[in-house]
Design a protein around this ligand. Structure first.
Ligand code: DAH
Length: 350
């Protein structure tokens, strides 16, 4: 009898161990545990059978049952631990939160080539003792024309037709040139004066590849005792060498501006036609060997009088340059609109 029961208990144990081994969820494991070790479980049923045996047999069988129970409990606890860590891992995987954001590609901004150019130019003049004077874009006729020796009936006004503001009685306008900066500064400051005045200017032009109603200029002004054309030439030559390259030469052609006398147009030798060998097919200078860069001259005596500076005591030179044009020359750009359209395809190239 005992041997039979022992045998039966071994079978129960083997079956239980087999089921434990095959299960892969803790809920199923718990059910197995109830099925074998629970109140009405298979092992418990064997214990209940004990009442039919003698006390001695009870002892022996009881020991075996307890041993089987202890072995099985041990098996369950091992499996519980194993399943716990597997299930925890699974749970962590499933509940994982993606804290990275899937954002669209980040586009890094860049300075506009016009700004880059202006910063470069500023650095040249500041290093040579010039101050940077930025003044207003909305001006009166006085600053834009009259004080610059261009009275109402002067034909030079036509070339600088600009936008007049409503309600300004034909007197308030968007400046057509940065030369206004000369007057604004000289009214407030006495010589010696060394300034550059960069900024936006306006003209009543239709937009096309070579005309825009808004563009950028750089004005220069030096007024002191004994300033002559040599100072103008030396300053411009150094500036042109800085802007293009060391080999750059300059050429002055006679010109006219109401606010300078004498007046010149300044050309710089083409930096692309190397060593003076002019390339007839050069896209930059169009085979001329020179690039038209700026207007300049000695400050007209009348302009000095207009700001109450004595022209017998002081003299000066001035120059004015189109920044958009210089940027276009330096980068081989053939469309003036890029300066203010903010076209991302253009900007991406720099
Ligand atoms: N203001 C002139 C223009 O817009 C450019 C210029 C020429 C400025 C000669 C000057 C100068 O200061 O001396 O066409």
């Amino acid at each position: 009898m005992i041997a039979e029961i022992k045998n039966e208990l071994e079978k129960i144990k083997a079956e239980c161990i087999n089921q434990i081994a095959q299960t892969d969820s803790s809920t199923a494991l718990y059910n197995i545990k109830v099925q074998f070790l629970g109140k009405s479980g298979k092992l418990t049923a064997q214990l209940k059978n004990l009442r039919n045996f003698s006390d001695d047999d009870k002892k022996i069988i009881g020991q075996v049952v307890n041993q089987v129970k202890a072995d099985l409990e041990n098996e369950f606890s091992k499996k519980e631990k194993a399943l716990y860590s597997i299930e925890l891992e699974k749970k962590l995987q499933n509940e994982k939160i993606d804290i990275t954001i899937n954002r669209p590609g980040f586009i890094m901004g860049k300075p506009h080539p016009l700004d880059v150019l202006l910063k470069r130019i500023n650095s040249f003049f500041v290093a040579n003792g010039f101050i940077i004077q930025e003044t207003r874009e909305i001006e009166t006729s006085f600053y834009n024309f009259d004080a610059l020796n261009t009275p109402a009936d002067h034909p030079a006004r036509e070339a600088q037709d600009t936008f007049f503001l409503e309600g300004g009685a034909g007197n308030i306008l968007l400046r057509s040139q940065t030369s206004t900066g000369q007057i604004r500064y000289m009214q407030e400051n006495k010589p010696p004066i060394k300034l550059i005045s960069p900024g936006r200017v306006y003209r009543a032009d239709e937009v096309d590849a070579t005309h825009t109603p808004c563009f950028h200029q750089l004005e220069g002004l030096v007024v002191a005792k004994g300033i002559n054309m040599g100072h103008l030439k030396g300053t411009i030559l150094e500036f042109m060498k800085f802007l293009f390259d060391e080999k750059t030469k300059i050429r002055f052609r006679p010109s006219f501006f109401p606010f300078t006398e004498p007046s010149v147009e300044v050309d710089a030798s083409c930096f692309s036609c190397k060593d003076g060998n002019i390339d007839p097919a050069c896209k930059i200078c169009k085979g001329t060997g020179f690039l038209e860069i700026m207007g300049a001259g000695m400050v007209n005596r009348q302009v000095l009088k207009n700001v109450e500076i004595d022209p017998d005591e002081y003299s000066g030179f001035a120059f004015g340059m189109g920044l958009d044009r210089v940027m276009a020359i330096l980068h081989g750009i053939n469309d003036a609109r890029v300066s203010f359209e903010g076209d991302i395809r253009f900007l991406k190239q720099f």
